[in-house]
Ligand binder design. Structure first.
Ligand code: ARG
Length: 282
């Protein structure tokens, strides 16, 4: 007689080697306020910011990933948030066009990086802030781009990204100014799984997310306010802000391996792990 047994094994999440781009906070300061986290009167410890950034880079290289470094430029204090410079998919780079004048010049630095390394670079006509507002899931629906709008990236940039990158783009409306970039409210945990904070999205966009990602890890207020969604995952190891301990437990329960990193100084500029790390997809 043949019997079938159902085995309950905890899910094994597989990491994939990644290539990242980061920019050291050598000229970092909070000199202007373009998001609700930035307070120009609060002191920033520049030395500590650099140390914390170095630690983040060490964690990523320690996990076996390659980290390229973009040369920081004076008077561009937000260059440390390297995720905002472009979105890349399969060797194609869709460049950024920043909303605020204070960051406009960062786009050229990123463009030079891609053009001098043989990427198929596309300069954008539309306002968009790169991976700040775009997330790519290569294993979802044959390769899907999620795109935020409402504060920085303009909806016409979503269509432009789709034309340039040849992947379907799903537009999601952000409604809470504290979560002004998509990457403060949603992250890819692996090629097909996301985690997100529903409160950052319009009711309609929440419905879209539930429909597309029924197995998503859903975050709560504390996770979001601790910048727990602003994470970098290689498919197994999830690097996230040290304040986000509840979020760490959540991703662990979902089978991932959380790694906490302290980024208190960079949080004062309105960013954390993911903001500092652009993924390069050659
Ligand atoms: N101060 C920067 C700004 O407001 C922070 C950018 C954070 N980056 C990110 N990918 N969310 O533009």
């Amino acid at each position: 007689m043949q019997r079938t047994y159902s085995l309950c094994v905890s899910q094994q999440r597989m990491p994939r080697n990644r290539t990242y781009l980061m920019c050291p906070p050598e000229h970092y300061e909070v000199a202007y306020a373009i998001n609700p986290w930035m307070d120009t009167t609060a002191p920033v410890d520049a030395e500590l910011a650099l140390k914390q950034w170095e630690r983040l880079r060490e964690i990523l290289t320690g996990l076996g990933h390659t980290v390229h470094v973009l040369t920081p430029e004076p008077f561009l204090p937000d260059m440390v948030y390297a995720a905002n410079g472009a979105l890349t998919v399969d060797g194609v780079a869709y460049g950024a066009r920043f909303k605020f004048a204070q960051r406009t010049a960062e786009a050229a630095a990123h463009r030079t990086f891609y053009e001098t390394r043989g990427w198929d670079f596309h300069a954008p006509a539309q306002t968009n802030e790169g991976e700040g507002d775009f997330a790519y899931l290569p294993g979802a629906y044959g390769g899907l781009i999620l795109a935020g709008y409402g504060f920085r990236t303009e909806p016409p940039a979503h269509a432009e990204a789709q034309d340039v990158l040849g992947r379907p783009v799903v537009s999601l409306r952000l409604v809470d100014p504290r979560f002004y970039h998509l990457d403060t409210a949603l992250a890819a945990l692996d090629d097909s799984t996301v985690t997100y904070y529903p409160g950052a999205f319009s009711t309609a966009s929440q419905r879209v997310l539930r429909q597309l990602f029924p197995d998503a890890v859903v975050a709560d207020d504390a996770d979001a306010y601790g910048f727990g969604l602003n994470l970098v995952s290689d498919g197994r190891n999830v690097v996230l802000n040290s304040e986000a301990t509840g979020m760490a437990r959540k991703v662990e329960a979902a089978g991932y391996a959380p790694q906490l990193v302290e980024l208190s100084e960079l949080k004062k500029g309105g960013g954390s792990v993911k903001c500092c790390v652009a993924e390069l997809r050659p």
